[in-house]
Design a protein around this ligand. Structure first.
Ligand code: FES
Length: 102
């Protein structure tokens, strides 16, 4: 596994998400205040990109059926989602954000 540079910190505002490519794998990158987190980009319920969802209070709400996940842990928080999201390690060096490849 290697660290992949995926974004600059300035690209994301607070409570914003975007899909980034990590060695050919789609990962949702989130900013909560000055911390960055990463999860699988695809919802565990059906086919929807969580980077297009709504981020609030440390959770992301899926845009398709409004299931919610804890961004820090990937835990599925409410129906219809029952399967947790995989999370990915993130580090920041200066303005650069890195995600550990899966
Ligand atoms: Fe995400 Fe259904 S696809 S809650």
């Amino acid at each position: 596994m290697v660290w992949i540079k995926v974004a600059s910190a300035q690209e994301l505002s607070n409570d914003e998400a975007k899909t980034v490519d990590v060695a050919g794998y789609g990962v949702a990158l989130y900013r909560i205040d000055d911390e960055f987190f990463a999860t699988d980009s695809m919802c565990t319920h059906a086919t929807a990109l969580l980077s297009e969802g709504y981020v609030e209070d440390g959770c992301v709400e899926c845009p398709l059926h409004q299931g919610r996940f804890d961004i820090r842990t990937g835990k599925a928080m409410c129906a219809p989602v029952t399967v947790d999201l995989r999370t990915h390690a993130v580090k920041r060096e200066g303005d650069h954000i890195y995600v550990l490849s899966p």
